[in-house]
Design a protein around this ligand. Structure first.
Ligand SMILES: Nc1ncnc2c1ncn2[C@@H]1O[C@H](COP(=O)(O)OP(=O)(O)OP(=O)(O)O)[C@@H](O)[C@H]1O
Ligand SMILES: [Mg+2]
Length: 417
C-alpha cells in the first residue's frame, strides 16, 4: 500500500527508536538485517517475536518507541480493539505501522482513519522494511545533521591525538554513536599506533575518492576499530609537503557526515589552511593545552582566532587542559588560567602516564582501563555530549511539533475518543 522513494531516504536517519513485533520468521530476519544498513546507525531498533498483544504488554511496563511496527495474520473486527488497547499504553507521539496478509483497500483506509501511519502487505523484505521505516522517521522527526568535532592542539605534543582517540572510544562505546576519526595531519598522523592499524592509504587518496564521489574506494580506506568506531587509515602521505586543499578536506568531511553521526577530526599537526577549514565547519572545537605558560599563551591567541573565524561566536568552543601534574611547580592553577584566558576551562585531565602511554604503546582503547574510562566519562563525554545530546533533544522537540500532523496521529485519534 505504501510507496516509498528510495532516493529520498538515502541519508543517515535521525536518532530514533523503533520496535517491531512479528511472528513471521521472514519478517523477523528482514528486520534484524536492517542492522547492516548504514542509514540506521542512529536508529535503535528492537525486534521481538510477538504480536499486538505482546506489544501492549511490553508498553504497560516501559515507555514506547517513536515507531511501532506490528505484524498481524488476523484481520477481523478484534484488530481495531487491540490496536486501541495498544494505543492506550503508548506514549504521546508514537506512530504505528501494520503489516498484514491481504491487499485490502478498505482495511487500509480503516487503519489510516484510526491513525495508523501505514499498512503494508507481507512479504516484507529488508529493503522494503528499511525504506518504509526511513520514510516514516524522516517525515516524523525530520533530518538532523551529523556532528563534526575538531580537536586542535595549542602546541605540539599536548595530547591532542590521545584525547581524540579517548573521546572517540567514549562516544562510540559508551554513548553508542557510530563515529569516524580522520587525522588531518596527513603524513604526521600517529593514529595508527594508538588505534592499532598500519596506514594503508593517504589523506590525499581519501580526498580524491571523495571528490570523485567514489564511496566504494573510500570504504576500502577505512579501518574498523569496532562495530561503531571507524578510522580513516591514512598516514602514508609525504610529511614535508601539504598535498590537500581546504576545499578537498571539506568535500571529504561532507561525504563522511552523510554516513557517520559523529565525525572527529584530529587537527594536531595539520597544515593551518586545513585547520581553518575544519574549525570553520565544526559543530564543536576542542582546544587542547597543557597548564604551562607557553601553551596557555598560544591557547589564548588560538581561541581568539577560532572565535573570529566562527563569526565572533564563542558557542561550541571548549578549552581542555591536559597533563595536569606533569610539571607541578611550573604549572598555572585553574583559577589563574581562567582569569588569564577570560574564559572557563571546560575540563582538566591529569597527567596519567600509566594510562595514556600504556594504551598508546599497546594500541589499546583508553576506556579499557578503569582509570582511563573514568577520565573519558567524567572529563570528555560531558563536553562532547553538549553537541551530540543537543541533537537528540532537538529530535524530541521536532517530534512534539509533529504530534498534530499525519504521523503522530495514532495515539491522538484514540485518545480523543
Ligand atoms: N593526560 C596524559 N597523561 C599522560 N600522558 C599523556 C596524556 N595525554 C597524552 N599523553 C601522552 O603524550 C604523548 C603525546 O600525545 P599526543 O601524540 O596525543 O599529542 P599531540 O598533541 O597529538 O602531538 P602532536 O602535536 O605531535 O600531534 C603521547 O605519548 C601520549 O600518550
Ligand atoms: Mg597528534
Amino acid at each position: 500500500m505504501s510507496e516509498t522513494s528510495g532516493q529520498a531516504t538515502e541519508i543517515l536517519l535521525p536518532s530514533s527508536t523503533v520496535a517491531l513485533f512479528s511472528r513471521d520468521q521472514e519478517t523477523l530476519v528482514a528486520a534484524r538485517d536492517i542492522e547492516n544498513d548504514w542509514r540506521f546507525a542512529r536508529v535503535k531498533l528492537h525486534v521481538e517475536e510477538g504480536d499486538v498483544l505482546t506489544a501492549t504488554e511490553a508498553y504497560k511496563e516501559i515507555s514506547s518507541p517513536e515507531l511501532i511496527i506490528i505484524q498481524t495474520e488476523m484481520i477481523d473486527d478484534s484488530l481495531a480493539g487491540q490496536l486501541e488497547d495498544l494505543a492506550e499504553h503508548c506514549d504521546e507521539g508514537t506512530s504505528a505501522i501494520v503489516i498484514g496478509p491481504d491487499n485490502d483497500v478498505s482495511l487500509y483506509r480503516n487503519l489510516i482513519d484510526m491513525g495508523v501511519s501505514d499498512y503494508i502487505v507481507k512479504p516484507v523484505d529488508t529493503q522494503i522494511m528499511a525504506d518504509i521505516i526511513a520514510k516514516t522517521m524522516i517525515e516524523k522527526i525530520g533530518v538532523t545533521g551529523s556532528r563534526l568535532i575538531a580537536f586542535l592542539g595549542a602546541k605540539g605534543g599536548v595530547g591532542t591525538s590521545s584525547l581524540v582517540q579517548a573521546a572517540a572510544w567514549g562516544i562510540s562505546d559508551i554513548m553508542e554513536q557510530k563515529t569516524i576519526i580522520i587525522d588531518v595531519g596527513g603524513g604526521w598522523s600517529t593514529l595508527g599506533v594508538g588505534m592499532g592499524f598500519e596506514p594503508s592509504t593517504t589523506l590525499r587518496e581519501a580526498v580524491l575518492a571523495a571528490e570523485n564521489n567514489d564511496e566504494d574506494n573510500l570504504k576500502r580506506m577505512l579501518f574498523d576499530a569496532s562495530d561503531k568506531l571507524c578510522v580513516l587509515a591514512s598516514g602514508g602521505d609525504v610529511m614535508l609537503e601539504s598535498s590537500v586543499t581546504s576545499d578537498q578536506i571539506e568535500c571529504l568531511i561532507d561525504m563522511l557526515m552523510v554516513k557517520y553521526p559523529v565525525v572527529i577530526a584530529d587537527l594536531s599537526h595539520a597544515p593551518p589552511e586545513l585547520e581553518k577549514a575544519v574549525v570553520t565547519r565544526a559543530n564543536q572545537v576542542i582546544v587542547v593545552s597543557t597548564p604551562t605558560l607557553p601553551s596557555l599563551r598560544l591557547s589564548r591567541s588560538l581561541i581568539q582566532e577560532v572565535k573570529d573565524i566562527r563569526g565572533g561566536n564563542d558557542d561550541g568552543i571548549e578549552m581542555v587542559v591536559n597533563m595536569q601534574g606533569l610539571a607541578e611547580v611550573s604549572e598555572v592553577e585553574k583559577s589563574d588560567i581562567e582569569i588569564a584566558m577570560d574564559r572557563e576551562v571546560s575540563t582538566i585531565i591529569p597527567f596519567a602516564a600509566s594510562v595514556f602511554i600504556d594504551a598508546e604503546n599497546k594500541g589499546k582503547k583508553l576506556i579499557g582501563d578503569k582509570e582511563g574510562e573514568k577520565i573519558v566519562k567524567t572529563a570528555l563525554l560531558p563536553i562532547v555530549s553538549k553537541v551530540i545530546d543537543g541533537e537528540v533533544l532537538k529530535s524530541g522537540e521536532d517530534s512534539d511539533d509533529e504530534e498534530s500532523g499525519i504521523l503522530g496521529g495514532f495515539l491522538n485519534k484514540f485518545k480523543a475518543k
